[in-house]
Design a protein around this ligand. Sequence first.
Ligand code: ADP
Ligand code: MG
Length: 569
Amino acid sequence: MATGSINVSVENIFPLIKKFLYSDHEIFLRELISNATDATLKLKHLTSIGEVKVEYGNPLIEIKIDKDKKQLHIIDQGIGMTAEEVEKYINQVAFSGAEEFLEKYKDSAKDSGIIGHFGLGFYSAFMVADKVEIITKSYKDEPAAHWICDGSPTYSIEEHDKTERGTEIILHIGEDDVEFLEDSRIRELLVKYNKFMPVSIKFGTKTETLPKPEDAKEEDPAPTQEVDNIINNPNPAWTKQPTDLKDEDYKGFYRELYPMQFEEPLFNIHLNVDYPFNLTGILYFPKLGQDMNIQKDRIQLYQNQVFVTDNVEGIVPEFLTMLRGVIDSPDIPLNVSRSYLQADGNVKKISSYITRKVADKLNSMFKNNREDFEQKWNDIKIVIEYGMLSEEKFFEKADKFALYPTVDGSFFTFEELQEKIKDSQTDKDGKLVLLYASNKDEQHSYISAAKDKGYEVLLLDSPIVSHLIQKMETSKENISFARVDGDHIDNLIKKDEETISKLSDEEKEALKADLEKVVPKETYTVQLEAMDSNASPFMITQPEFMRRMKEMQQTGGGGGMFGMGNMPE
Ligand code: ADP
Ligand code: MG
């Protein structure tokens, strides 16, 4: 038997990286800006611990397009590299200088926000460029280096006369990727990926209007000046302490996240945990109105303030994907498939942490200001009810604050409701019967008939109500739900057995027979019991189980929430 080692040569690996490493060409910019940010944060860290004695100042990252030369420049004022370091960090594919840095400064640099860790990001440049140049000057007292590579495994490196500290990456954009020489395309990418990165990013300049001087005449135009166009907010709200933020700050950040959203959020939940995983973020409960755009305005996932995706499926429990906001965690493995993600231990913990935080927030709102909570109920119930259906842990918590509104506009928790009806709404087996209506107008006469008998009628009108009812019936002992126009209502023990009907028994039978001629027997039942109240002469009811079956079919048996027929879009 012979053994050997597989020889991976760069010649083989290079085209692979170019083609398959990232499915999305556009992420090259995110990677290069991440490296520029890391280089800046490293310098910040080293100056803060006194290891490097240079002025940190107020460093910028600049993105420049040179259309004529078909070049894109990414320039930073960070730590820079010596020629030796270029050999070490750049020429070795899959060797991460970021990881090495974090390892070396383990204790102090934990929270430095360094982004890189695979040692592959830089090479994404070759997805869009035929040739890449690096001109870099280290903070160390050594000459600058100029590295050039045309995408083949050979490169050249020589000295350069650059004097300012930092690195400039020059991409010679290839024929197929000229879109990345367009201002609008680059701006779009910067806004998408870099909007909240921790180092200021400059892209061009903009004209700023200054206040008029005191002695200016009415007709004088206001003075203007050209200033750097900084595209990012390096200190977004979620990186701050909740105690340092006011309600206004949270609302302001919501507008920053979703500039096209004019409706204010209902409330927010600030996430902040560093053990056993690191996660920060702010989630918002949106008003689920007409302008709700589930597809577009979604929760955004960041890693160290770099945008990763707005598809948080598998990370955030499905019922919470209707929320908005940001979560930021370096502990979510990303270059892996979604199915792997769901099995990942950290991701599971993150998902249940988020569920718990949301439940706790709702519970404290319910406890601290019930009236306000009741007012919000209509807007938040779909999320809560869906959560109760899909997550057992959430059900247990939400059972204490989930509200059951009545047709008269009062709200009960399940426990309160039970207490209220325990003597008046039981059937012959002693089961509690919860009467509900799903449409106040359509079921008007049934509702008033039930109310006349002294029953409490709930108004349950959300699209998933049939699933929720079934869930409640299986989770709670000795209860059953019955819609006011269902046949169950006559199983209730009547409080008042006295009849006020003006018809004799024979007359009733005759009327019933007539009615049954026009009402399809298979699906409906004609009842004359309603005559016992003053509401209406007779009722046509549908067996509870038949209606439920139909509803379940319509709402897709509890499958994906977005598959439901009447979800707000
Ligand atoms: P990673 O960022 O995961 O470490 P990259 O392939 O993105 O891997 O980059 C490799 C290494 O090259 C970095 O870790 C860093 O040491 C060095 N590097 C890349 N860009 C710069 C830059 N702009 N300034 C200084 N060093 C850089
Ligand atoms: Mg990197």
